[in-house]
Write a new protein. Structure first.
Length: 94
């Protein structure tokens, strides 16, 4: 079995960006480019806003879990300190 090595695809360089822009200019026209890039910018902003909202929800859930765990640990430590046998009055009578 033979494997084919593919070269890594990186970001376009200066000349590649020029050709990409020129192709966009030819396809969409000069009047449509500002609208196209404006809508692209709005899409990116909406994506980032949704991403931040998701991170906030995850952080909130994590804080609630930690608070719940701390409360459960606090109750367990209080119960661990309670005497398990009979009260102090019966132990002094012996």
């Amino acid at each position: 079995m033979t494997t084919t090595a593919y070269p890594a695809i990186g970001l376009p360089g200066g000349m590649e960006w020029f050709w990409i822009f020129l192709i966009f200019l030819i396809l969409f026209g000069a009047a449509a480019l500002p609208k196209l890039f404006r809508s692209l910018g709005k899409s990116v902003r909406e994506f980032k806003k949704a991403q931040e909202g998701l991170y906030d929800e995850i952080d909130k859930a994590d804080r609630n879990d930690r608070a719940h765990d701390e409360n459960a640990a606090g109750k367990a430590s209080v119960e661990d300190r309670k005497p398990s046998g009979p009260g102090p009055s019966s132990s002094t009578n012996a």
